[in-house]
Design a binder for this molecule. Sequence first.
Ligand SMILES: C[S@@+](CC[C@H](N)C(=O)[O-])C[C@H]1O[C@@H](n2cnc3c(N)ncnc32)[C@H](O)[C@@H]1O
Length: 290
Amino acid sequence: MFSQKVIEWTKANGQEVTDPEEELFELYTKFYGFKSTDREEFTDPSAEELDISIDGLSTPITIHQNTNINSILSQTGGVVWDCSVIMSRFLCGLSKTGSWPFDEAQGIELGCGCGLVGIALHKLGTKRIILTDQQKLLRLAKLNVETNTRVGPGSGESARSSKRTTKKKSHSMESKSNREVETPIGVIELEWGTPINVGNICNGEPLDFVVISDCVYSEDVVTLLLSTLSQLAMARQDGAKTIFIIGQELRSEIVHEAFVSNLLKSFCMYRLSIDSKIDSYFALYVAWKR
Ligand SMILES: C[S@@+](CC[C@H](N)C(=O)[O-])C[C@H]1O[C@@H](n2cnc3c(N)ncnc32)[C@H](O)[C@@H]1O
C-alpha cells in the first residue's frame, strides 16, 4: 500500500523533526550562510510560457504563466515557483525507485498555482490527481492541464507550437522514460480553512497523498492551511494514513516556525534531503497524522 511504503521509506531515509527550535536553527543557519548567487534558477517569472523538463518524463511540461505585473495572480500562483520544479524532479525520481508507487495512489495538490507538480505526477502515471486552488487561479491551472494532457507521445510538437510567439525557456534537466499514461486529472476550487467534502474530491476513494509546493509564506496563510491539513488527515476511514508532501523555500523564520510547531502538535514529520546546495534554501517534508 502506498502510505505504508512511503512511511517505511521516509523513516529509513529522512530526518525526523521533533523540536521546532532545533529544526529552525539547523535550516536557517545554513540558509544565512548560503550565497544567493550560487543558487540555480529553475523558473522565469517573466516568461509567458515555459517548457520544463523533468527527469523521468519523456516530454517537457508546458506551463503558461500570468506575467501581467499589475495582476495579483502574477505574484502568487500565476507563476511557477522553483519549489514546484524541485519537488516534481524529486518525486518523479523517487517513483522510479519503486519506493513511492504513485501509480497505486490518488492525491490532491493544494495551492497548485500553475499546476506543475500535479501535472508532473499525472504524467508519471499517478492513479488519480486533483489540482486545487482558489477560484481565481483555476482558469490558469485548467489551461495548463489541458495543454499537457493534449501533449501525448508523438503529438507534443503540435500542441506546443500553436499560437506561441512568446518568450520561452527550456530547462536542461535530463529527460527520459516513456511512462505516460492517461489517468484521471482534474482541477477544482479548494479554499483553505473552509469545510471540505473529501469524498467529493476523490470520487469516494481514499486520499493517499496531498502535495503542497511553496504555500507557507505568511502567518495568516499558515493558519488556514493547517486547518485544511487537519481536515484532510482525518478523512480516511480505512485506518491507513494520508501522506502530506510539503516543499517550502526558506524565507521567513517566523512563518516557518509557526508552521512546523503547529503541524508537530498532531503530525509526525520528517525532512528529506535533496542535495547540499538545494538543502541550503529549501525544505522538503513528509508528514502524516499521529
Ligand atoms: C507561492 S504560490 C505556489 C504555487 C505553486 N504551488 C508553485 O509552487 O508554483 C501559493 C499558492 O497558494 C494558493 N493559496 C493561497 N492562499 C490560499 C487559500 N486560502 N486557499 C487556497 N489556496 C491558497 C495561491 O493561490 C497560490 O497558488
